[in-house]
Design a protein around this ligand. Sequence first.
Ligand code: DAH
Length: 335
Amino acid sequence: MAGFLDELEPLTNAARAELQAAADLAVLEQAKGKWIGPHGRFTSFMKQLGGLSREERPAAGKQINAAKAALEAILLSRREELELKMAIPSVPSDFTLPGRRRIPGKLHPLTQVTDDIVRAFRKIGFAVADGPEIEDEYHCFDALNTPADHPARDAQDTFYLQGVEKRLLRTHTSSVQIRVLEKQAPPVRIIVPGRVYRRDNADATHNPTFHQIEGLYVDKNVTVGDLKGTVEFVFRELMGTDVKIRFRPHYFSYTEPSFEIDFTNALVKKMGKEWLEIAGCGMVHPKVFENVGYDSSQWTGWAFGFGIERIAMLRYGIQDIRLFYENDVRFLGQF
Ligand code: DAH
């Protein structure tokens, strides 16, 4: 094999020694530039690969890459060591000195967005309701007119509890509609912020658990117009006056008619989209009223449900839902 490869080991050793010996971050960055930066010795060494024969090149390339990867690992670990060293104060703390109270932490961005949504709904007379995250099939599906053969009830999509007959983690906050209507006489005007669970693999837009806000309004002579006006009001409070809302026909078993709500504003346009799908909604299905003992010839209502993460991502320009759950202080500190 080519003679120049003989230089690889001494070169690597020299680079390693210098990286490991760097006494502070500035020196480390210098050493990085000198050895493995774009104009570093290692990089120019690699360029000699071009002089090798076709047969020799792959093995030699592999060897050089492995050496470079090892050096990069050393660089990272030395950087961490030095950063840690810097974080420790050089003068010891005197804990007997009189203190000034530090500003306490901040609320999680999802909590901040939820609080803002709740505040907007409170302005127009909605109360906050709550319900269990461990649900039964009746409240999550049957009472919402979702038949037993509906795909949402498949064990593929829903987390069922082992050993507990027909218990599951609620797949949506809609189950709380039933819980509230069972207990409360009309009129009803509630929102339900809460955690929900679905058997999704985590990716940039999915997570096995996320948060929703459910809304339910039951009274006499309630119309789709009230629904649209309410949603429009809340989104303008949250996202600014340039917000536009659009309803598209859809299907949900617990509403008739049902709609999907599309949303747009300057942020959506900036993302290169015309509209963004943001919620499901509709007029409460008479079957739902009957299931909770309401007279469906007297009472009318609407309901909606939307994902809190979706709104937070839009509001803050976050591309990956998983960031909300990792509790990385560099992320959280920005809100
Ligand atoms: N439960 C639906 C979901 O999780 C959202 C939804 C749609 C809620 C329509 C509603 C509704 O209350 O009326 O996707």
